[in-house]
Ligand binder design. Sequence first.
Ligand SMILES: Nc1ncnc2c1ncn2[C@@H]1O[C@H](COP(=O)(O)OP(=O)(O)OP(=O)(O)O)[C@@H](O)[C@H]1O
Ligand SMILES: [Mg+2]
Length: 610
Amino acid sequence: MTTPDPARPGRSADSPAPGSAGAAIPEQPAGDRPPPTERRASEGHSASADRPAARDEPAPAPEGRHAPEGQPAPEGQPAAGDRPATEDGHTPGEQPAPEGKPDRPNLGDVVLRLDGVVKTFPGVRALDGVQLEVRAGEVHCLLGQNGAGKSTLIKVLAGVHRADEGSITWLGQPFAPASPQAAMRAGIATIYQELDLVDDLSVAENAFLGHEESRAGFLRRRSTAYRTRQILARLGHDHISPRRLVRSLPAAGKQIVSMARALSHDARLIVMDEPSAVLAHDEVRNLFRIIRELTAQGIAVIYISHRLEEIRDIGDRVTVLKDGRTTAANLPARSTPTRELVSRMTGRTIEYVFPPRASTAATEPLLQVEGLTREGEFADASLSVRAGEIVGIAGLVGSGRSELLETIFGARRADRGTVTLNGKRITSIGGAVRAGMGMAPEERKSQALLLDEPIYRNMTLSSFAGYARGGFTDTGKERAAAAETAAALELRPRGDVNRPIRTLSGGNQQKVVVGRWLLGGTKLLLLDEPTRGVDVGARAELYQVIHDLAARGVGVLMVSSEVPEVLGLADRVLVMREGHLIHEAPASEIDEATVLDLVMAGSLMEGEPA
Ligand SMILES: Nc1ncnc2c1ncn2[C@@H]1O[C@H](COP(=O)(O)OP(=O)(O)OP(=O)(O)O)[C@@H](O)[C@H]1O
Ligand SMILES: [Mg+2]
């Protein structure tokens, strides 16, 4: 298969839900005809290696191609007559981003087009002929399994990577940003999976980072603070002080600053790489509100997420990547059946089901937590986990759930209360690991991974923050063990555990963090958001792995903001709110609505959680 397998959107011609909350673009159900990029892709040649460097190709002919049946111009060309003469084809292909942006495109105009884009890293063809078309005012979702190339694609757009082949057209002109600054000046802003703010600068300095160069080194503090305040207000976050150091903000706040930076640069396209991964439930709603406001103003958004519900909620169209190729383009976000999306992503159909729960016979409690308290974080937490039992904690970010898990693991010192594993008191990480506790923490980057070390090292490193090493002295054995786990978790790229973990996609890094605990003699596993950033296919595998562990007698205590995940995976559910465990029930006796009610009750009335 050398040619991308383009969408056959004709099958999903059911029109998008009326009145759905997305952007006000003129709806063009993708069902009517194949999008132009696909037509070109299917005109015979492979979009991969043998493809000529399309950068040398002239921009597509602009003149007055009208869409059939009165549709808005689909060809990516701005509607005739309202464009400056920037697209008459004589622009040299390599020209950097234009300094001054052309007029604002109209809603529905194609602003960005990628054709046959290829990007290779040593040993990996991360992008292998990508087609993409994005319109002004739409939320265009990128969907694909871990390692499919989503982040690489947006890094090409953002000027971080340079495409090896293929063409990119932005606002009617060939586009090959030489640096992130160039992309930003051209009107493309990116909110990264790993936020790229400068921790030691203030909110305002970060928001206006990159403006200094263009203003002859002159940055006026007061006016910057003033303008930052305005932008923050526009984003609904005027409580964030422009003078505050970014370091002191929670993840959600940092994301807002990233967004403020996009607006300070008057971005026309904002690319968001898994923005919801760091957000709590109500913060996601706020993000969506912001996205709707931006798209109503004609800004285009590329939105990456592994959560299909989000794509249904905020998305207009979906492009699916698989192994660096576009396997479907411009599917309607709301009406395309999940089964179809998943099969485009994975090449197979996955029933998104949780493994059946084995009945947990009343064994002795393995973990016992009594009256555990850390002032200001959580109070009086008592719970137990039996061997072979999966206990799930549902709660918002900020409810104290991660702190509770870390305290159980000995990574934080309790003010009061006790933790025992098999009757043994746990007070430190070292003690916890020796007693057979493992933990996959929430922030894998800072807490769990040695980014420059190879996969196998990270996999066999059986503790939090590098305390104790797993008992490996024989590297060959260590590698073989890691390779086995990697295969079980379908780690991509396949079969190379020597690769530095830094070069793995986000979701694959997460698999390593969890996979580490499959190796040793773990008795109790603490999982904090185990599937964050993990794609639907790999999720099912991870669920299976967790389930198998429990079947082998390992106790699991997990935290997740995704209620269906807690309900589907756990035997018993604990609900945590504002530092208190407020409810406990067998998973079979509680439903999602009840959990959400319990989880949210307080915080909704009191406005935003800190
Ligand atoms: N700097 C790099 N060096 C080498 N390989 C890389 C580098 N960055 C990405 N890759 C590889 O390119 C492929 C695509 O990775 P990418 O991060 O784009 O995936 P993704 O679709 O964003 O996945 P996820 O959903 O897990 O975030 C992967 O195989 C990854 O290992
Ligand atoms: Mg990614």
